[in-house]
Design a protein around this ligand. Structure first.
Ligand code: ARG
Length: 459
């Protein structure tokens, strides 16, 4: 039998394979709440503009609530023959309220309907991401506050560079996730326009009120061009781009946690709640959550690329290709939210191994730059010359198998005659970080100022 929604011109029903490739209900049923909210707003508008009667609109709006509660309670039977969430809901509405259900689709198409549903869904996810990012940033602020003074090695090329503070390192991620947060808010602002009422592509001859439905659904305004409204998926791509960048940040921190929790580094201990064991090696405590967060960037970025590929070269307006947008976005959203929550939990629970951090901070001649800076300040050497003198001292210490502060004053003076005993003050890691008072620098005082500034900015 042919389709009850559009079967008029069809003599035969679809092949089973046709049904399988065509149906989206298996995944787009997740948009049921958005679909029903959109239809309720549309029905109210149809009545307000006199396109359908108040009593029909009332029946439709009530009936849709019944359908929603059936879906919520798991009683709803989704049908592949009905293709997608839009037709599943409408068909059930017909069973529940009868004839008025057939008036709901006046002045509307599935093209503007799906664009509306999907925007509402993505908007909800942006709100959830905002919550997840804020919670993670709060956890990082807690760590930063606890360890504003703890000294640890700062790396470039993963080689010891200069000492930094734990708080400074945590706050670096607060800045990154703070930019993710602002990208989330930008994306939300830009995408918050209503496609509803664009109908199939050209608008409609019915005297609809697009401003009314836009407002009812919390959109700032209706989209200005009906062709664009049903064709655009850049809001979904922007969501995936923002998610990709954020997941990239998460993966970098995850990688650091994997390294930091190793027996060789022992900078942090991850909690039992966020670690796993080994089925063979009894001593193992593995940072699986961090590893999986590190990996999530792969599927999230993959979704971004996949949807870019789907959309590229598509002529206006709607093409069925665009049905491929949802699974990518659903999967990316689920995994981004999970990664944010897991990272928040790990950060809240982890404990820094302060003596180890401080011991590692002075390894690898980490205060060599402080020595060069001292030579500039106290002896008037140009920085390039001071750099050379310091390099010679490092080589000397390396040859002796000792640290810079272990060189005697005489040994230092053999390399440069004007060095005096006050040089030893700058060779300690605590003095080193305390001296980095430039704006945004690692000095504990600067880090505390950053923490206070971010606390004032977060909800
Ligand atoms: N399931 C479709 C999608 O997700 C809904 C829109 C279908 N529109 C159409 N003209 N066939 O894109």
């Amino acid at each position: 039998t042919s389709n009850q929604m559009w079967g008029g011109r069809f003599a035969a029903g679809p092949d089973a394979i046709m049904e399988a490739i065509n149906a989206s209900i298996g995944f787009d049923k997740r948009m049921a709440p958005q679909d029903i909210a959109g239809s309720r707003a549309h029905a109210a508008m149809l009545a307000a503009t006199g396109i359908i009667t108040d009593s029909d609109a009332e029946a439709i709006r009530e009936g849709l609530l019944t359908v929603l509660s059936e879906i919520d309670s798991g009683d709803f039977e989704f049908s592949t023959a009905l293709e997608d969430i839009h037709m599943n809901v409408e068909a059930r509405l017909k069973e529940v309220i009868g004839e008025p259900a057939g008036r709901l689709h006046t002045g509307r198409s599935r093209n503007d309907q799906v664009a509306t549903d999907f925007r509402l869904w993505v908007r909800d996810q942006l709100d959830a991401a905002e919550g997840g990012l804020v919670a993670l940033m709060q956890a990082l602020l807690g760590q930063a506050e606890a360890g504003a003074d703890w000294v640890m090695p700062g790396f470039t090329h993963l080689q010891t560079a200069q000492p930094v503070t734990w708080g400074h390192h945590m706050m670096a991620y607060v800045e990154m996730f703070g930019r993710d947060l602002s990208r989330v808010r930008d994306a939300r602002k830009r995408m918050n326009e209503s496609p509803l009422g664009a109908a199939a592509l050209a608008g409609t001859g019915f005297p609809i009120d697009r401003h009314m439905t836009a407002e009812a659904l919390g959109f700032d305004q209706p989209m200005g061009n009906s062709l664009d409204a049903v064709s655009a998926r850049d809001f979904a791509l922007e969501f995936l781009s923002v998610a990709s960048i954020s997941a990239m940040h998460l993966s970098r921190f995850a990688e650091e946690l994997v390294i930091w929790s190793s027996a060789q580094f022992r900078f942090v201990t991850l909690s039992d709640r966020f670690s796993t064991g080994s089925s063979i090696m009894p001593q193992k405590k593995n940072p699986d959550a961090a590893e999986l967060i590190r990996a999530k960037i792969g599927r999230i970025f993959g979704a971004n690329v996949a949807l870019m590929m789907v959309m590229k070269g598509l002529p206006l307006a709607y093409s069925k290709d665009m049905q491929e947008d949802k699974e990518q976005v659903f999967d990316a959203a689920d995994n981004w939210m999970l990664a944010l929550a897991a990272m928040e939990g790990m950060v809240r629970d982890m404990s820094a191994n302060v003596p180890n951090l401080e011991g590692a901070a002075s390894a690898g001649f980490s205060t060599a730059t402080d020595l060069a800076d001292w030579l500039v300040r106290e002896t008037g050497l140009p920085f390039r010359d001071a750099h050379h003198v310091t390099g010679t001292l490092v080589a000397k210490a390396e040859g002796k198998g000792c640290d810079l502060p272990d060189l005697s004053l005489e040994e230092m003076q053999e390399v440069h005659g004007n060095i005096d005993a006050s040089v030893y003050d700058v060779l300690g890691v605590h003095n080193s970080v305390r001296s980095r008072m430039s704006y945004g620098g690692t000095a504990p005082q600067r880090v505390r100022e950053q923490i206070a500034a971010w606390k004032g900015r977060l909800p």
